[in-house]
Write a protein that binds this ligand. Structure first.
Ligand code: MF3
Ligand code: CO
Ligand code: CO
Length: 269
């Protein structure tokens, strides 16, 4: 297990990469409307990253062991798609929910963040899933402080999701991040308090729960990337990149348009 501890200059670079990734989401939000294709959202984000920000879209041609190179610059996961949806001809329609996942490389460092968007007017059930998943991510983030454990993070996420009758995807997880897209450790979104690696100041990782309205089982589509729920139930995901500080945590993927931190204490399970 080699978890990298970032020094102050690396942390500064990660703040910049995180902000830039979040700013791509701020930019693309107004384009998420009925009638747009996921391919068009990808094209717009690609142009913004490359031409305006001068960042590199990390997904493009990303090829972890056992995968074919990812063909696009962002991930667009619609409705029952869990993650890694490949942008293309799919036309977004009123009532869809879509996760847009952005990873940029700036000055050699990665910033990774995703948000849910409702296309037009989504159902109450769909909005509820997105909202609870957002709370799951934040409950996980609020566990982050020196000497807390990875199991503490997973536990609160799992408890919150399951208390609302939802399920947690097990096959994909958060991850350390820095000069590399996916570093150690793995951040599971389920688990037991007090188990797993202890957090230390200078660690940077993502928290990115994938929560299903139905059963937790998933399958991969023939494109080699897109993950969907086996029962075709809706799935939602939010992602932030987080630094462990002496005092607790700092969210690195912040921007002017990032949604507010939820008021959790009133509805904690
Ligand atoms: N951004 C995703 C994550 O949060 C990874 C996408 S890999 C890709 O870890 F190749 F599909 F882009
Ligand atoms: Co990630
Ligand atoms: Co991501």
């Amino acid at each position: 297990m080699t978890i990298t501890i970032k020094d102050s200059s690396e942390i500064e670079a990660m703040r910049k990469a995180g902000r830039l990734a979040a700013e791509v989401l701020d930019y693309i939000g107004p384009f998420v409307k009925p009638g747009v294709t996921t391919g068009e959202l990808d094209r717009l984000c690609h142009e913004y990253m490359v031409q305006v920000q001068k960042t590199i879209p990390a997904p493009l041609n990303y090829a972890p062991p056992g995968y074919q190179p990812y063909p696009k610059s962002i991930c667009t996961s619609v409705n029952h798609q869990v993650c890694h949806g490949i942008p293309g001809e799919k036309v977004l329609k009123n009532g869809d929910i879509v996760n847009l996942d952005i990873t940029v490389i700036a000055d050699g460092f990665h910033g990774d963040t995703s948000r849910m968007f409702a296309v037009g007017e989504a159902s109450i059930a769909a909005r509820r899933l997105c909202e609870i998943t957002y709370e799951c991510m934040w409950l996980g983030i609020e566990q982050v402080k020196p000497d807390a454990t990875l199991g503490d993070i997973g536990h609160v996420i799992q408890r919150h999701a399951e208390s609302h009758g939802f399920s947690v995807v097990r096959e994909f997880c958060g991850h350390g991040i820095g000069r590399r897209f996916h570093e150690e450790p793995q951040i599971l979104h389920y688990g037991r308090p007090g188990t797993g690696e202890k957090l230390r100041p200078g660690m940077i990782f993502t928290i990115e729960p994938m929560i299903n309205a139905g059963r937790r089982e998933i399958k991969e589509l023939g494109d080699g990337w897109t993950i969907v729920t086996k029962d075709r139930s809706l799935s939602a995901q939010w992602e932030h990149t987080v630094l462990v500080t002496e005092a607790g945590f700092e969210v690195l993927t912040v921007s002017a348009g990032a949604p507010a931190r939820p008021q959790l204490y009133t509805k904690a399970a």
